[in-house]
Design a protein around this ligand. Structure first.
Ligand code: 6R9
Length: 647
């Protein structure tokens, strides 16, 4: 790890939102005078009824609960749209860059966004949607995806976005879990020149989802799709009939805003629930602090709306702040690895926010693709999703930003709503690979395995000691799972599942997951999910999945598979299993390696020793380095695994 300092660039030191002293004072007040601080901060939102209470949360079992601004009333879509109409009705709210560089970008001003969202909201109402209903959104990266979210928020429906790369089965599971009555989708998506059959996938999923009564379909590519009479509606037909006005539904601060499914170390994906007031404040405040957004800036978060980054930093944070948010339909390297930088030039982007996996993939293609563009408009570069290795950091900083843009490495999770540990551009001297310091109100701690809080320079488990406004409120339908998953390992604290180091200067360095979650190209994947998919195959008796270091993806997926007796371990079957997992979950879960294993290393109580499997996947072949294997029921299985390692 590098301990080089990159001081705040001079241009930033002069006119940033906050310098170091201001940031330090703000943080101190957020902890020392929390009630007053948060009630004041809450005023950046437009409330129908202003809250008089701020944090009423407790992490203790006896009175467990997360609650913020509970007596406040507001509407998220009114905060993201209506309140900007007086000042910036004609400013671009959403700027859309299509997959193909030859297609035309689209722009929606705040006024146009208002009309689109109101019509969409009325379409949902006409389809039977009511406050509190769950609406599943399975969409490509087109402006209508943002309209869909805001339309749900406008009428008080709870959206559940499912990433467009998930399979029909994964989609069906998520629809069933939250009992959606409406699905919003498109005929097809377009990514990297290829069509993604979204409506076909929805049709397949809905065979198992009797709760769904209506499907709203956006015509995105014009590809042929089946429309089921009485169930499926074209958005453009319905929107044309709908009124362009839809009064926003008054919502209590703790009314649900959205569910987003995310992988954990056990069981099926959890429906992370975020509510209205605290979440929106957190998304808006951190968007301002991390990116120092200025009126007129073009801000581009290159995430997908299917992940929390898309929710908080394409839609809610920037729109709550009246920004121009760029939405990109495609992938970073299509048609060439220069595309991102060309889009930066085409739209004169000031802020770019992307993931380390994209940077590593582009870095590998050489600097010419970057040098062929100007990038002079760039002022700030952000990153999120996984630890950024110092080499990628330096490339982003030196080659892409030519040394003038701070790198804002934001550490956070679906569960945290928005950024938790991240630099403030005008205040923080940077160290490549460190997410630096906590946002206001965030109290990170490093604890050892026993839960003892470690002071000063230390390494261990990262926990958060007290609630913050954007914290998830529950696991949809399973409040006890929420408590058990996050608050029992280290009682009284929120367990992040990440490891971290704090150096002598107080900088935080995230070291990666300490649980059975792997991070593939910035996407969270529970090893248990991939294992469940594998054992569904008729040839498979047992499977164990671990992560291993991968140059581009950060982590790759390594699957050890024990076949049923009589099954032959062929390359053909290996390929079949890889394809099987893709179909069961989606391409992001594609195993990189499948190793057939006649036996897995288990303790006498039958627990798979993943530590050993991880070491072998990492390329460790010396049995000595595998550590203590004496507790294994049959230590000889390890020799077989080492001998048959796949690379
Ligand atoms: C926002 C998001 C969360 C997990 C998290 C951690 C990893 C995210 C990171 C980072 C190091 C960063 N992670 N940002 N690790 N540095 N800047 O990615 O949410 O999909 O829920 O993933 O991603 O391991 O626990 P989510």
């Amino acid at each position: 790890m590098s301990d080089d300092f990159f001081p705040v660039p001079e241009a930033w030191a002069k006119d940033a939102l906050m310098d170091r002293a201001a940031r330090d004072a703000d943080y101190a007040r957020s902890i020392g005078d929390a009630d007053a601080y948060w009630l004041e901060r809450a005023q950046r939102l437009d409330w129908i009824t202003a809250p008089t209470k701020s944090n009423e949360s407790s992490f203790a079992e006896a009175d467990f609960g997360v609650k913020w601004f509970a007596d406040g009333v507001l509407n998220v879509s009114a905060n993201c749209i209506d309140r900007h109409l007086a000042e910036r009705a004609d400013q671009t709210a959403i700027l859309w860059e299509p997959d193909s560089p030859d297609a035309q970008p689209r722009r929606y001003s705040y006024r146009q966004l208002h009309e689109q969202v109101c019509r969409f909201a009325n379409v949902l109402k006409a389809a039977g949607a009511k406050k509190g209903d769950r609406i599943t959104v399975y969409m490509p990266m087109i402006p209508e995806a943002a309209f869909a979210l805001l339309a749900c928020a406008r009428i008080g429906a709870v959206h559940s976005v499912v990433f467009g790369g998930f399979s029909p089965d994964a989609l069906a599971g998520r629809i069933q879990d939250c009992d959606s009555n409406i699905v919003i989708t498109a005929d097809e998506g377009r990514r990297g020149g290829k069509a993604v059959p979204l409506k076909v996938n929805v049709d397949a999923a809905l065979a198992h989802c009797p709760s769904v009564k209506k499907v709203i379909v956006v015509k995105a590519t014009g590809g042929a799709v089946m429309m089921q009479d009485g169930r499926d509606l074209w958005l453009h037909d319905e929107a044309a009939k709908a009124s362009p006005d839809c009064p926003p539904e008054p919502m209590h601060a703790e009314d649900p805003l959205f569910i987003l499914y995310t992988s954990g170390s056990t069981g099926k994906p959890k429906g992370v629930l975020h509510t209205t007031g605290g979440y929106l404040l957190w998304a808006a405040l951190t968007h301002e602090l991390c990116f120092d957004y200025r009126p007129g800036d073009i801000y581009w978060c290159a995430a997908d709306i299917g992940w929390v980054t898309g929710h908080s930093y394409i839609v809610y944070g920037p729109l709550a702040n009246g920004a121009t948010t760029l939405m990109y339909e495609g992938v970073p390297n299509y048609p060439t690895p220069a595309r991102i930088w060309e889009v930066v030039d085409r739209h004169q982007v000031q802020t770019l926010f992307t993931a380390p996996t994209a940077l590593r993939a582009l870095m590998k293609e050489g600097d010419d693709f970057v040098h062929s563009t100007s990038r002079a408009s760039l002022r700030l570069l952000g990153t999120v999703g996984e630890p950024i290795n110092p080499e990628a950091w330096r490339w982003y900083h030196g080659v892409v930003g030519e040394g003038r843009c701070p790198i804002i490495d934001t550490w956070w999770q679906t569960e945290t709503g928005a950024a938790m540990i991240a630099p403030t551009p005008g205040a923080t001297d940077l160290k490549p690979g460190s997410a630096t310091f906590p946002m206001p109100g965030v109290v990170p701690q490093i604890v050892d395995a026993e839960g003892t809080v470690l002071d000063g320079a230390a390494e261990g488990n990262l926990v958060i000691a007290q609630s913050w406004p954007g914290q998830m409120r529950t696991v949809w339908g399973d409040h006890d799972r929420f408590f058990q998953t996050y608050f029992t390992t280290f009682p009284g604290k929120y367990t992040t599942g990440d490891g971290a180091r704090r150096d002598a200067d107080g900088y935080y360095w995230i070291t990666g997951r300490v649980d059975d979650v792997i991070n593939v190209s910035g996407h969270r994947m529970g090893t248990a999910e991939v294992e469940s998919a594998l054992v569904l195959h008729e040839s498979v008796a047992e499977a164990a999945v671990v992560g291993f270091p991968h140059d581009i993806k950060g982590q790759g997926i390594y699957a050890y598979v024990t076949l049923n007796s009589g099954e032959e371990a062929t390359d053909e079957l290996r390929k079949t299993l890889v394809k099987w997992v893709r179909t069961e979950i989606g391409p992001i879960a594609t195993p990189d390696v499948v190793q057939f294993a006649p036996g897995l290393p288990k303790t006498r109580s039958g627990k798979i020793m993943r530590r050993i499997l991880r070491k072998i996947a990492e390329g460790e072949v010396s049995t000595q380095a595998l550590g203590d294997t004496s507790t294994l029921a049959d230590p000889s299985v390890v020799d077989n695994l080492v001998a048959n390692r796949q690379s």
